[in-house]
Design a protein around this ligand. Structure first.
Ligand code: HEM
Length: 278
């Protein structure tokens, strides 16, 4: 609690000390201002980290993402809890080739295949087929087919995830998708509900999610705004469990006691699974 108070006090101080100004190392960001990556900027496979760099909540060049920078960026833009970001950050650091002597990562360091980046992404090609980190419209069109109503629910999002896995397994001879990948992947499919939707209802407006993926921009002009309450970790845990359980082709209880999807998801510690692990 003290840490959280300190965090918000720091944010407030920073906001008043630098109204509207971009600091060199800990950028202020803007929900309105947006620019895609320029020639000297780097981006990676995460649509949200790219988006936050495009808005300046993270350094626009996508480089030198320290814990301080990531904490402020994800806190300011999405109202993420500082403790949660700490876990996510620590799990991203091994992407820096200098790890364990690294204190930052660059967004393109996340491209390393089968470290954090994996096959069967919702919006990127498998590494086997080419570029594994730039948004790919054809891949995303496959995903979108399963978002069959203006409101995406747990079934829609998990259907799209399963479809991408099947497509990848059927066509990619190097297809790899482990329990760790599953946990990471569950964290990714819960992310749109966390950032743009209703965590309790497990719903999110499809137009917001599509706009975000296709533009790597926060869907402000479609009426979205940052959540006013910090996302509660209990909500996140609940959401991870619901989506884990929904991402099976079985109905009812898993026939393998003790190896249900939920057990798998919450037993793996990785960046996105951190959403449900504190
Ligand atoms: C330290 C913070 C973060 C790191 C290091 C990170 C890293 C990554 C990486 C490496 C991927 C690629 C996985 C793949 O191969 O598909 C990814 C995907 C993704 N991330 Fe993040 N991420 C972070 C925060 C977030 C946040 C805060 C959100 C949204 C609330 C988010 C949303 C997503 C989504 C939706 C995908 C899936 C993209 C797809 O399947 O095409 N990430 N992230």
């Amino acid at each position: 609690m003290k840490a959280a108070l300190f965090y918000y006090a720091t944010l407030l101080t920073a906001a008043f000390a630098h109204p509207g100004h971009h600091k060199a190392h800990v950028p202020t960001g803007s929900f309105i201002e947006w620019a895609p990556a320029g020639p000297n900027d780097v981006r990676g496979p995460c649509p949200m980290m790219n988006t936050l760099a495009n808005h300046g909540f993270l350094p626009h060049d996508g480089k030198n993402l320290t814990q301080e920078v990531v904490t402020k960026g994800l806190g300011d833009a999405l109202n993420f809890d500082a403790a949660l970001i700490q876990v996510m950050f620590k799990q991203a650091l091994p992407a820096n080739p200098d790890f364990p002597n690294a204190s930052f990562f660059d967004l393109n360091m996340l491209n390393t295949h089968n470290l954090l980046e994996h096959d069967a992404s919702l919006s990127r090609l498998d590494a086997y087929f080419g570029n594994n980190h730039v948004f790919n419209q054809q891949v995303f069109d496959q995903t979108k087919q399963y978002w069959v109503s203006p409101t995406i629910n747990a079934s829609h999002i998990t259907n799209s995830k399963l479809a991408r896995m099947l497509q990848s397994k059927a066509s990619n001879p190097t297809y790899k998708f482990t329990n760790t990948t599953e946990a990471f992947s569950i964290g990714e499919i819960l992310a749109p509900f966390i950032a743009f939707g209703d965590v309790e209802m497990v719903t999110v407006a499809r137009n917001l999610v599509i706009y975000f993926f296709e533009n790597e921009r926060l869907p402000v002009k479609l009426g979205w705004s940052r959540k006013t309450n910090a996302v509660a970790l209990t909500d996140i845990l609940d959401l991870a469990a619901k989506l884990s359980n929904a991402s099976t082709l079985f109905t009812g209880v898993s026939p393998l006691p003790g190896t249900g999807k939920r057990d798998v998801a919450i037993s793996q510690r990785d960046v996105h699974a951190a959403f449900g692990l504190l």
